[in-house]
Design a protein around this ligand. Sequence first.
Ligand code: FAD
Length: 497
Amino acid sequence: MKHIIVIGGGAAGLGAAFKVKRAADEGHDVTFTLVEKDPRLGGKIASDMVPDPEGAGDFIVDGGPDCFLTEKPGVHRIAKLLDIFDEELPTDDSRKRTHILSRGGLHDLPDGVMMFAPTKFVPFVTTGLFSWPGKIRMGMDLFIPKKKWPEGERIDETLESFVTRRMGRECLDRLAEPLVGGVHASDPAKMSLAATFPRLLDMEQTYGGMIKGFLAARKKVEEMRKKYPPNPGAKPRTFFTSFDSGMQRLTDAMADAAGRDRMRTGVAVSAIERDGKRWVVTLEDGERIEGDGVVVATECWAAAPLMRSVDTAIADALEGIESSSSATISLAFKEDEVGIDMDAFGLLCPVIEKRKMMAATFSSTKWPGRAPTGRVLMRGFVGGPHNQAIMEESDERLVEIVLSEMRDILGVKGDPLFSRVYRWHLGMPQYTIGHLDRVETMESRAREIPGLWLGGGSYRGVGIPNCIEGGEAGVSKILGEWGIELAEDSVEQKRYY
Ligand SMILES: Cc1cc2nc3c(=O)[nH]c(=O)nc-3n(C[C@H](O)[C@H](O)[C@H](O)COP(=O)(O)OP(=O)(O)OC[C@H]3O[C@@H](n4cnc5c(N)ncnc54)[C@H](O)[C@@H]3O)c2cc1C
């Protein structure tokens, strides 16, 4: 029997393990062992059910990701396989509004803004979010010719350079940095568009500008909605999706389906060696596990030292990927004490506002069922590349900081019923300029080494669907080397909505 060792029990590692299990279920003679250093499986995906201290019911608190992008098929496909598709939870779009802090005041994200391009005239011209010179400069995107790139070179540019070139500095500072950079908790001055939002570079070349590109995209979305109307009684198709009981429902169900008896938790892998065609993985407690293949699904900085003894070029490429730390701080309040209008999904604080909190989500508004009746749940984000120093603060201090930011910016009153702090040490890989070169170097070397693959959020997309697919790709590569092709791999990806 062939044995694949999966290192890391996040979305990518569980994606890999579940794929090996499906191969075994198809009758192939394969198995896996998954090793996860934490006692809990799920990696960055972490949901807790927290009882209300006064017995009002349970809160569902997501400490890491609270959703995935609906348009990407990866999670829907797995949810169908796991029979939890019906537990997918759309956002409550009747209350969809995003506040943006600008010059100390709160503004709503104007209707029709797609990423950072306005596609509706009236909301754009009437918003107080931008100054008049700022609006005029954004409108100039309609007339600025597309950039001509040298033939044969990779087209890439930082978010900062792209947005300031097309739409001006104010658009970057007040909209693109918090909205687009925020998704990656990245510094726009370093963030590679080719690695994060290649579509923006394509749009410029295809449509000549962002406004024209997003107007065309909006038209296409509207046409698709007409062509594929939701089935009567179907759940609404919202931009983001979660699960009724929190995001960890997904990784828990993947672990159950793959087989928890094949998973070792609470122990880290300390070394990987290649011994001829065999792989030997040493755990920090001294145990050695032998296998025929290894999928490394840890963060890049954890994979780098493990890869040093296998291939120095891979280790060097991984060391070139920076990561930043962040924390989420969830606070629960009594609805009649919180003192603010909760009809919004959240708040973005652009870096130029110099706040300690980067953003806040009104979790119980965005997701039905996150708080019991009469209670609300909010969470603040701190850290990111512009404020790593805050990560030195204690949990108690982080709660104080976020509470004081919520009071100051949003006018929150009352005292929290409870708080939960989740720290993500080096949890966000930074896709800086050169990222794709580093990933291609790593992948081209790994392609040449039989039985090896590295996948996960550090490489080809931080989104959960990408991470799952990254882990699965590792299993497909290794099984392919053994002449095994899964029936599911020849089936075209279908639409789930
Ligand atoms: C605060 C936050 C919010 C986010 N929000 C969203 C969101 O809303 N939507 C979205 O799509 N994405 C979001 N992301 C990104 C997304 O959560 C991650 O990209 C994704 O979960 C990463 O999955 P992964 O399996 O690649 O890595 P991880 O989840 O990091 O898993 C890697 C695992 O490897 C383990 N490990 C490390 N070293 C070893 C070792 N030596 N031996 C054994 N195990 C080891 C780690 O303990 C970890 O469990 C967010 C990320 C953060 C930090």
